[in-house]
Design a protein around this ligand. Sequence first.
Ligand code: PLP
Length: 388
Amino acid sequence: MTDRRSLQTALIHSDYRAPDGFGALPQAIHHASTVLFENVAAMRARNWQDKSGYTYGLHGTPTTFTLEARLAEIEDGRHCVLAPSGLAAIAMVDFAFLKTGDDVLLPDNVYSPSRELANWLRQDFGITVRYYDPMVGAGIAALIRPETRLIWTEAPGSVSMEVPDLPAICQAAHEKGVLVALDNTWAAGLALRAFDLGVDIVMQALTKYQSGGSDVLMGAVITRDRALNERLEMAHMRLGFGVGPDDAYLVLRSLPTMKLRFEAHDAAARKVAAWLKERPEIAAVLHPAFADCPGHAHWQRDFSGAGGLFSVLFDPQYAEAQTDRFVDGLKLFRIGFSWGGVHSLAVPYRMQGMRANWSHAGQLVRLNIGLEESDDLIADLEQALRLL
Ligand SMILES: *Cc1c(COP(=O)(O)O)cnc(C)c1O
């Protein structure tokens, strides 16, 4: 798509056409559960899966079809299926491609609710679930078993931010006929060309940059392969993962500014991270563009930018009560989950319980850099660091 026109232009000029005689720019919001057919023959002929027409609200409306097409274009994929949250999109992938007796590999730094879901699949659905070191690279080959069907990747991984060697993992997986799914939420489909690196299935939490408003929960799964998309559509239908048109519209409304917002988040986050790097209280800045971050070389090779989310490790001399005081003392940074919105956020994480192998002694705090003036954010961090 980017060879036809720049992504920024494509984000503004959608293929959407308003009804004749009504030259409005925004996409219309279509509400429907029931969709009417002209006659029985038309009803019987309608195929809900190929999106050539409308069958039932659950299977899509002009509003959700438009959003799916635009997300596929951003990611340079061909097909897209929406889900009511990022976690629902992850569940759709798991249910589409795993069955009892299968084996799935997840990185040890996977988004925690995805781990929770996988452990449920292991406990109650007879699926083998194993966690691998996110820096395993080509070494993943040794972990693949005849029953392995799917390898999840996340770039970078949640909270601890390691950047995996995606081409090496994809190559090893494909040599053994295993699918690779990527949680590409951090790069938003803008800073990483996942399909070009060999990824088969791309998942996005649209809750983050695509919405940008801290007001929508939504997810998407994008593929280039029609057969993979058909399995995702079957899972979507069987699970009943409908998405409301008003929420779909909120995301459509935000997409034209997504790239500009993303670039502003990136620039501000790197400025704030560089300032933190110089502070004696901070032992390491876990931001993929910084050398402290495991997998920094993979980020340099594979990414064209960075998101606004990163973590810092405090010097081990500071106990949890002290770093909690730092987070409580922040005035512009608010305390709350999720990210990708205009407000800066801070969350302390207890890493020992979250990872199989976590060797750092210092406290970890994750920062979402919003769109406030970065000098104001730095001043806020500086006054809160004094409370340590
Ligand atoms: C937020 C997030 C999700 C889940 O998105 P929800 O819409 O909150 O369910 C999945 N993966 C990553 C990396 C996320 O940050």
